[in-house]
Design a binder for this molecule. Structure first.
Ligand SMILES: Nc1ncnc2c1ncn2[C@@H]1O[C@H](COP(=O)(O)OP(=O)(O)O)[C@@H](O)[C@H]1O
Ligand SMILES: O=P(O)(O)OC[C@H](O)CO
Length: 621
């Protein structure tokens, strides 16, 4: 059989839908099928999927796509291997003895583990985690979702106590079930997915005892064996259905797959995928780069030999914001209509939508924010809200690119994009205008599925090296050139940053008996012990976000990461959107502590607000 008669299949199991695509050697999809599946939102901030429905959706897509493929005159035996790509971090647990799930999948967007995260942050060793695994302690990773299940789901705890609890991300679950479950017991995860759990050392790509001990699961939970992303033997074969006996040879988390599908194989290349969420991955080569500006370090891909790493900017809400307008607010019937609705008005009409449905991820990592629309007046129309929704992801992308530039010292000259929301021309034009560089959108936008197909195709020899991929999906793309002056973009971005700061602190707020809104965090901070520490060295901190209504503080003493005692004397807000804190540090702080230091600065602001509020209240009563 000629190579041109051979094909690879690609399962793309995303947050909103599942697809199966069959690619030829030119990297063109020749047949595909897609189904949406149930999104379960049991409580505010909770988001679940049914693990069995995920498997059924994959099986349905395979059956339907293979049928379409054969209707074109091809035979299923020409499909040489299968690749899998999937939503990452989403956590599934099952009983190793029965192979049955013990709870719904807790989706990556879910924020129910917030209290667990807050508690873990106080634990010794918390500050060292990110250096080991590349991820910040947040509700996003799988680890805290697993801990939540152990604390709240008796069936999960029982299996844990009996030693039969199996944990996996969606890739591990799919490989396990497609191989036939308990009977074959193929229990593996690829390096890119495994590195999103917080259990894996980013440099060795092995489970790290320090991480497992920190989360209290060492030796108590069955974890999948970690396998390279392209592997001829590791992932077994499909047990039944239209592609029975076809080997699975590729596996990548969806964001890694998109980078591969965009052929971002050289350091300095980046892509931004606007799916349910939006994720910018920047190839940094064969050594991880640990961010000091709110980004994640992650595995880009691992095709045998040395893994390749990426800096990642993760945005929790992109297309899901559009789905929210569609399903919850009934703005339109189909996602693609958002574009025309947003074009129906000239601009956002003064509205800024901080789509913090899951708090805010990179580069801000604000757990206590919730979605907030600022600037609504009687003038506001649906079109303004639609625009503000699209803009939110673009603003966050701009913040991520700024952070990436600081971490890498490199300025991107063009941004390659893909994913469902990238179909909106208005969103992509807005993106180019905000980041002042061209945005390149390829013609074939199923780059995530293509990435998994490439992983499987390299393993089976359909392609022998990256050079053979060069011409795939190269022509017919669209370029969006920046069209507004930088100063105008900077002004808009300043407004966004202001809105981000104003959205903080909502979670946990309550009303006092006197009727004034008081932030519970503020109360805690007000009780914080103000000690008299002798300053050792004077230090200058600055940050570029706008604080609208504050601050001149008296001295505030605190500790950062339990190591350095910080005494903040004064926070100045000059007319420019740069604030400066003047203080002193007793002990050592390095760049990695910057974020924690900003948290302390934030406490001073809250303390100030509380004082102001109390003063106002005592004037009233
Ligand atoms: N034409 C469009 N314009 C804007 N958004 C779109 C369009 N088509 C799809 N979307 C959005 O893209 C998302 C789906 O993108 P996709 O890349 O399939 O995501 P996932 O892999 O997370 O399931 C949906 O949330 C949907 O609202
Ligand atoms: O479903 P997507 O495409 O937004 O991707 C989800 C991510 O993998 C979550 O980390």
């Amino acid at each position: 059989m000629q190579p041109s008669d051979n094909f690879v299949g690609s399962i793309d199991q995303g947050t909103t839908s599942t697809r199966f695509l069959i690619f030829n050697r030119e990297g063109e999809p020749v047949a595909s099928h897609q189904v949406e599946f149930t999104q379960i939102y049991p409580s505010p901030g909770w988001h679940e999927h049914d693990p069995l429905e995920i498997v059924t959706s994959v099986e349905t897509c395979i059956e339907e796509a293979v049928q379409k493929f054969e209707e074109q005159g091809h035979t299923r035996s020409s499909i040489q291997s299968i690749g899998i790509t999937n939503q990452r971090e989403t956590t599934i647990v099952w009983d190793q003895e029965t192979g049955e799930p013990l709870y719904n999948a807790i989706v990556w967007t879910d924020t129910r583990s917030q209290a667990i995260v807050a508690e873990l942050k106080q634990k010794p060793g918390a500050a060292q985690l990110q250096k080991l695994c590349g991820l910040p302690l947040s509700t996003y990773s799988s680890a805290t979702k697993l801990l939540w299940m152990l604390a709240h789901v008796p069936r999960v705890k029982d299996a844990f106590d009996r030693g039969t609890l199996a944990f996996g991300t969606v890739d591990a679950w799919l490989v396990y079930r497609l191989n036939g479950g308990v009977a074959a017991n193929v229990f593996v995860s690829d390096s890119t997915n495994a590195s999103r759990t917080m259990f894996v050392n980013l440099e060795t790509l092995r489970y790290d005892e320090r991480l497992l001990d920190f989360f209290g699961i060492r030796g108590k939970v069955h974890l999948p064996r970690i396998v390279p992303s392209s592997d001829a033997m590791g992932y077994g074969v499909v047990a039944s259905g239209a592609l029975a006996q076809v080997p699975i040879m590729g596996c990548l988390g969806d964001q890694s797959a998109a980078l591969v599908g965009q052929k971002g194989f050289s350091p300095g290349m980046a892509k931004n995928t606007y799916g349910t969420g939006c994720f910018l991955l920047y190839n940094v080569g064969d050594k991880p780069v640990f961010s000091t500006h709110g980004l994640l370090a992650t595995v880009a891909y691992h095709f045998g030999g040395k893994p390749v790493y990426a800096l990642e900017g993760s945005i929790a809400v992109a297309g899901s914001g559009i789905k929210f307008l569609q399903n919850n607010l009934n703005f339109f019937q189909e996602s693609k209509e958002v574009n025309d609705l947003a074009y129906s008005v000239e601009d956002n009409g003064g509205c800024v939508f901080v789509t913090a449905f899951s708090g805010l991820f990179a580069p801000y990592w604000i757990d206590d924010a919730k979605g907030t629309i600022f600037g609504i007046t009687q003038y506001t129309q649906k079109g303004h809200i639609a625009r503000a929704t699209l803009e939110a992801t673009c603003f966050q992308t701009k913040a991520i690119l700024d952070a990436m530039e600081k971490d890498s010292g490199h300025t991107l000259s063009e941004l390659a994009v893909d994913g469902g929301m990238s179909n909106s021309d208005l969103a992509m034009q807005t993106q180019a205008d905000l980041i002042s560089i061209p945005v390149y959108r390829p013609k074939m936008r199923e780059t995530t599925a293509l990435g998994a197909a490439i992983a499987a195709g390299l393993a089976v020899g359909l392609w022998r090296n990256f050079a053979e991929l060069r011409d795939i999906n190269r022509s017919g793309g669209a370029v969006f050139e920046p069209q507004v002056p930088r100063q105008e973009s900077a002004t808009k971005f300043g407004q966004w940053e202001k809105a981000v700061q104003m959205s903080r602190g909502w979670v946990g707020s309550k009303r006092t008996e006197q009727g004034g809104a008081i932030d519970t965090n503020g109360e805690t901070y007000a009780q914080a012990k103000i000690q008299d520490l002798p300053p050792r060295k004077a230090t200058h901190f600055s940050d570029n976000f706008l604080i609208s209504d504050m601050i001149k503080s008296s001295t505030y003493n605190t500790t950062v990461n339990g190591r350095a005692r910080v005494s903040i004397k004064e926070i100045k807000v000059p007319p420019s959107p740069v604030r400066t804190a003047i203080g002193s540090v007793l002990g050592d702080l390095d760049d990695a502590d910057e974020e924690d230091l900003f948290l302390e600065l934030r406490k001073v602001e809250i303390l100030q607000r509380l004082r102001k509020l109390q003063k106002r209240q005592s004037n009233c009563y």
